[in-house]
Ligand binder design. Structure first.
Ligand SMILES: *Cc1c(COP(=O)(O)O)cnc(C)c1O
Length: 479
């Protein structure tokens, strides 16, 4: 694309930008069950204004912008209060759950380097339901993920199996509250006590649950303890840009012992420019996300969050009860919060997501991995709660229709071991052949995602990863 030669008119630039949204998920409908976290127009307007107010200020240097330092200290302080942290605790504001998790693992690695120098090949013990961000952290920081099977019925981590996976190289164990995929809470008390006994760190991933569970507990829902009130819990990640209702770019990594945060910080005085001391991954960063997060928390308060959480929990229960009555589908495990996923008993589930999309609903497909069958996922928001009955009607009709009329989807190629080996060592040439077989040119978003998902679902995780990397690399080809 040619670089613009002349100045553009601001109004038409904005019109252009608005027009570009036309194919995006229409989240304002209340019929989208992923990606968007919306607490209503009041909060959204405030978050927008607060973000704008600090758009230009730079969090790079807290001495130049003490306002941002103060906002961060207050947001971290409020989160520590919510998670029952001791006075010794500390934390940082980050750009998202992934950054919070990357930092928790980097901190654990560097803490081990300083305190257990005999460990040369550090390991992270995690249940197979832990978020992809832990695998990313392991890949970025050269830590070996030791993946432990979960209970295939409850989808919870199994304490005995997790304990058995600990070796002299283990630096940290992980539990989720809840796991994103199935919405179930791992047995944190048991896991943390194992970690403590073995002398390793324990991270609670409350990215999606951090702004739900404390309020659900206050409301009297049956929520197990998950926070710093459990002695072995050494760090927690929680996203303010999910159920905290801040603007995206807002999460927290919290440490029981602020002293350990030192291992999180990067400091560089060895170059010729301004001194760089970064507690988190970014260096220059807008003050917008922290101001928006501070505003959302103060606007809603415990009262506001409780009100929304109650609605979400009830809607989630009602949806699950309704789904239990639909023949052919079932809820995976026993979800503890306001998200869950459903699988099919005797047909391919992915066409349900596609069919529901034609009726305006967005539900997220999730591929089969280890003990978790292929499924579709719902994260419930306040905006979804008025649409529960309508959703159940459409879902029941879709399931009936798909179940009665589904022809087994014929794979265009048989995934023999030889072909799988080729896919796992994918070259651009093999990718070209695969997409030709699928009747696509490989450069666009496929029209029939259900077929793509059915095919991916039958591949090894390694083959999926290689194919998707090649696909995304081409999808972002510049114009
Ligand atoms: C969303 C999520 C993450 C990752 O957070 P991002 O903000 O998308 O980077 C990690 N863990 C859990 C449980 C999550 O739900």
């Amino acid at each position: 694309m040619k670089f613009p030669q002349h100045r553009g008119n601001a109004a038409s630039i904005l019109d252009n930008l608005k027009a570009k949204k036309s194919d995006d998920l229409p989240w304002q409908s209340g019929k989208v069950f992923a990606y968007i976290f919306d607490a209503g127009d009041d909060t959204l307007d405030l978050v927008h204004d607060a973000y704008g107010l600090f758009l230009t200020e730079n969090g790079l240097d807290p001495t130049s912008f003490p306002s941002l330092l103060e906002l961060e200290k207050e947001v971290v302080g409020m989160a520590l209060n919510l998670t029952q942290a001791p006075d010794s605790a500390g934390g940082s504001f980050t750009s998202g759950g992934t950054e919070s998790i990357l930092l928790a693992i980097k901190t654990a690695r560097d803490f081990a380097r300083a305190n257990k120098p005999e460990i040369t090949e550090p390991e992270l013990v995690l249940p197979e339901t832990a978020h992809a961000a832990f695998f990313k952290a392991c890949s970025y920081f050269d830590v070996k993920p030791i993946v432990v099977p979960i209970d295939p019925k409850t989808f919870r981590a199994v304490p005995e199996a997790m304990a058995a996976a600990i070796t002299e190289n283990s630096i940290m164990m992980v539990g989720s509250t809840p796991s994103y995929a199935h919405g179930v809470i791992d047995p944190i008390r048991e896991l943390a006590s194992i970690a403590e006994e073995k002398g390793i760190l324990f991270h609670v991933d409350a990215c999606v649950g951090g702004f739900v569970l404390p309020f659900a507990k206050k409301l009297g829902y049956d929520i197990p303890d998950f926070d710093f009130s459990i002695p072995g819990v050494t760090s927690i990640s929680m996203d303010i840009h999910k159920y905290g209702y801040a603007a995206k770019g807002a999460s927290l990594v919290l440490h029981r012992d602020a002293a350990i945060k030192k291992y999180q910080i990067f400091s560089c005085a060895s170059w010729s420019g301004y001194t760089v001391i970064n507690p988190t991954i970014l260096s220059s960063k807008s003050g917008g996300p922290i101001a928006a997060a501070w505003a959302a928390i103060n606007h809603l308060g415990e009262e506001g969050y409780c009100e929304i959480v109650d609605k979400k929990m009830q809607a989630s229960k009602k949806l699950q009860d309704g789904i239990a009555k639909i023949e052919g589908i079932y809820v995976l495990g026993e979800p503890d919060a306001c998200m869950f996923s459903i699988a099919a008993e005797d047909f391919d589930i992915f066409p349900i997501a596609e069919k529901m999309k034609t009726k305006g609903w967005y539900i997220q497909p999730q591929l089969a991995v280890a003990n978790s069958p292929e499924n579709i996922h719902f994260s419930i928001n306040g905006a979804n709660t008025p649409h529960v009955d309508a959703l159940l009607v459409d879902l029941e009709a879709c399931v009936k229709d798909v179940r009665a009329n589904q022809k087994p989807f014929e794979l265009p190629l048989e995934l023999t071991d030889d072909i799988m080996a080729l896919l796992e060592n994918l070259t651009p040439e093999i990718f070209d052949e695969v997409v030709k077989l699928l009747g696509s040119d490989g450069g666009d978003i496929p029209e029939h995602m259900e077929e793509v998902n059915v095919i991916l679902n039958q591949m090894s995780t390694k083959a999926r990863e290689e194919i998707l990397k090649e696909f995304i690399n081409r999808l972002y080809a510049p114009v």
